[in-house]
Unconditional design. Structure first.
Length: 160
């Protein structure tokens, strides 16, 4: 069953790249005492994700922060090396934290996965965006399969 508004974010370990190498990021630490916009997508370097989803959050990072968002995080079922390379390719800089959910642990824990085996991609994260305050989901916009409407940066801005 998918996570819903009012639920607490599950305790999961994710990965990210830092200047000195791969780091483990605990969801407990990521969300504690912060207002976080977390958006997830099926895959780094994939068409909609690269052309629209991630770029929208990079372009609107300052507007999101102006609405009280402390952290903007992008999550995908890819490894930390791929997420780091994609972030560099997309000129993310410090605007968006690139989170690797390599084994889909977080995606499974929140019940938001998609079956990409028909595309040779295995289990992937569904496309969604959520606003989390101090570890509790306040807003959750889950896309219909193949859609890109409610999880965009612009949709999140309107919801804030």
């Amino acid at each position: 069953m998918a996570i819903k508004v009012g639920d607490k974010i599950p305790s999961v370990q994710l990965k990210t790249m830092a200047a000195d190498g791969m780091k483990t990021v605990s969801t407990d630490d990521l969300f504690k005492g912060r207002k976080v916009v977390l958006f997830a997508l099926p895959g780094a370097f994939t068409p909609t994700c690269s052309a629209k989803h991630l770029p929208g959050f990079v372009q609107n990072a300052d507007k999101l922060r102006a609405k009280g968002v402390d952290t903007i995080a992008c999550l995908s079922v890819n490894d930390a090396f791929v997420m780091d390379a994609w972030g560099k390719h997309q000129n993310v800089g410090e605007k968006v934290v690139m989170l690797a959910d390599g084994n889909a642990d977080f995606s499974k824990a929140v019940g938001l996965t998609m079956d990409g085996t028909g595309y040779g991609m295995g289990t992937r994260a569904s496309r969604y965006a959520m606003v989390v305050e101090n570890g509790v989901v306040k807003k959750l916009n889950i896309e219909a399969p193949g859609a890109f409407e409610v999880s965009s940066a612009e949709a999140v801005l309107k919801a804030l």
